[in-house]
Design a protein around this ligand. Sequence first.
Ligand SMILES: [Zn+2]
Length: 104
Amino acid sequence: MTHIKKGDMVKILSGKDRTKTGKVLSVDGQQGKAIVEGRNIMTRHERPKKSGQKGQKVQFPGAINISNLTIICPNCGKPTRAGSKIDDKSVKVRICKKCGKGIK
Ligand SMILES: [Zn+2]
């Protein structure tokens, strides 16, 4: 289980992009990893498909362990932990533990 969802703004806590922020593009809850837009960029060398062509460098954002990410609250703008509560419509919502407001 993870408290981070696609579309969240997160701060990276370790690795080469430590302290940087970005938007979550996808979450792999089973592996406990997430892809953050423009962060943890990896380069893959693609072999030429035909002889005579050049190989290509393809850059893509690599998966980051969710334990190395923290949500940035859209309300107070601070890195925070998400809590949860049941709202008045009996729906479980995520809340910011710093300001107590809901995180969509
Ligand atoms: Zn907040």
